[in-house]
Design a protein around this ligand. Structure first.
Ligand code: DX5
Ligand code: ZN
Length: 222
């Protein structure tokens, strides 16, 4: 049964604290916070100050998804602001991916590596011992409300197979265009955490939408 991580990018930013409380009451397992710098991706969102202030609004684990260049310069501030999991991109310009992942763990947070749709999943394998979670992007990062890219689904069993070969078992999160239908495809492929923005924050009944995603399991679309 997959866990659900609402992505606040789709929330009403004029009432972000209330939105985080509301989605938590609707059954969220994590809060997924999209951090964008306008360089690694063409959009700009929030920084550690927002994570720090939202920390007062929820006891759920915070995932800070850093879609930024040189993430190594910001690990300390996102760790101090209350992130539980910090996700960096394999594709982001940085001194050294393994060093950045080590910094995240050294700060007491869980380290996660994100892989964009065009990136072959095999490029992430060498970091499997350095991460606590793998993020498979199902949209090209930068904006919410985009269409799910089904070609990325094959990355999940491939990653699970390589993890097993290495005697590892870490959760795989999928992020982008997740809804009632694509959530089932992702769960069938083996995704453990479904990050969803539009589907949850724009839903008139978010608790039902979260229940739908949690019920997503192999064969459940029949
Ligand atoms: C995209 C972000 C995603 C996005 C998900 O760059 O990383 O978390 O906000 O939003 P939806 O579910 O609307 O695609
Ligand atoms: Zn995200």
């Amino acid at each position: 049964m997959p866990k659900v991580a609402p992505s606040i990018l789709a929330a009403d930013f004029s009432r972000l604290g209330d939105e985080v409380r509301r989605i938590g009451e609707a059954g969220a397992d994590y809060i997924h916070i999209d951090v964008m710098d306008g360089v690694f991706v063409p959009n700009i969102t929030v920084g550690p100050q927002v994570v720090r202030d939202l920390r007062q609004c929820s006891s759920l684990p915070f995932i800070s998804h850093l879609m930024i260049t040189h993430p190594e310069n910001h690990i300390d501030s996102f760790a101090k602001s209350g992130s539980d999991i910090i996700e960096i991109h394999l594709e982001a310009e940085q001194k050294d991916v393994r060093e950045t992942l080590g910094m995240i763990r050294a700060k007491g947070c869980k380290a996660a590596l994100a892989v964009n749709p065009p990136t072959a999943i095999e490029h992430s394998f060498e970091y499997f011992e350095d991460i606590d979670l793998l993020l498979v992007m199902s949209v090209n990062p930068g904006f919410g409300g985009q269409s799910f890219i089904p070609e990325v689904l094959a990355k999940i069993p491939a990653a699970k197979q390589e993890l097993a070969r290495r005697g590892l078992s870490i959760p795989i999160e999928i992020d982008g265009g997740i809804n009632g239908e694509t959530g089932i495809l992702a769960a069938e492929a083996g995704a453990d955490i479904l990050a969803a923005g539009t589907y949850l924050f724009k839903s008139p009944r978010p608790a039902d939408a979260i229940r739908m995603l949690k019920a997503a399991r192999p064969g459940s679309k029949d």
